[in-house]
Design a protein around this ligand. Structure first.
Ligand code: B16
Ligand code: MG
Length: 219
């Protein structure tokens, strides 16, 4: 029986992808790596350090940087990013998602956040939805990032629920793999070709309602 819903942040609750794109573009181009929107797709749902290693590999220059220099680049990217997310307001919630969160709370479901972003708590505050969440997984304490299921398994444990009592919502292919690896039902926000592994694919967050979800779960 459904008792908890575990949400990804970027691409599900708000669209910070554009801000990540702009900050990574500035960082990549400063070190001579060409950066476009197509390549940016590969970074969705991927942690900050893993994203940076992908960029360095993309430019074939990973070997030219010491660990300390890599840390500094990641730090610089985060400074640009934090500057950009200062502009976030509740108007930046993706359409329909606040109604769904409220509907779930009213139905007594527990809500968790399973985002790879260390900026997640600040973003939830800016969106004014922090109090709707019962738990937030700290991505800094994970052994493995998505597509590993660890973050979803941990979110369920923090909610004091079994994995089969929870479902996950994601927009990245790596995220859907993580939900499925945790043995949960997966809602995938995105195009059918990118959300092939999802149990329920939706084109937009406006399509997600508790009634439709219960129908899909056969409850
Ligand atoms: P930060 P999600 C992910 O958020 C983003 O999709 C990804 O682009 C970003 O690199 C990652 O968070 C880490 O973010 O640099 O803020 O710690 O989709 O898992 O909510
Ligand atoms: Mg995402």
């Amino acid at each position: 029986m459904l008792k908890g819903i575990i949400f990804d942040l970027d691409g599900v609750i708000t669209d910070t992808a554009e801000y990540h794109y702009l900050a990574w573009k500035k960082t990549a181009e400063a070190i001579g790596v060409p950066f476009d929107r197509e390549f940016n797709e590969e970074l969705k749902g991927v942690s900050r350090m893993d994203s940076l290693y992908k960029i360095l590999d993309h430019g074939g220059i990973r070997g030219q940087f010491s660990e300390a220099q890599v840390e500094e680049l990641a730090h610089d990217k985060n400074i640009y990013y934090q500057e950009l997310i200062k502009e976030i307001t509740p108007n930046d919630l993706l359409p329909g998602i606040k109604d769904f969160l409220l509907e779930c709370k009213e139905a007594g479901l527990k809500l968790g956040l399973a985002s790879a972003s260390k900026n997640g708590p600040v973003i939830l505050d800016r969106l004014e939805v922090t109090t709707l969440f019962d738990t937030i997984v700290d991505p800094g304490k994970l052994k493995k990032g998505k597509p590993d299921p660890e973050i979803f398994v941990k979110a369920a444990a923090q909610l004091q629920l079994q994995v089969n009592e929870c479902i996950g919502v994601e927009d990245a292919e790596a995220g859907i793999q993580a939900i499925k690896g945790a043995n949960m039902f997966a809602i995938g926000v995105g195009t059918p070709d990118r959300m092939k592994l999802a149990d329920w694919q939706v084109g937009s967050t406006t399509e997600i309602t508790l009634e439709r979800l219960r129908e899909k779960l056969g409850e």
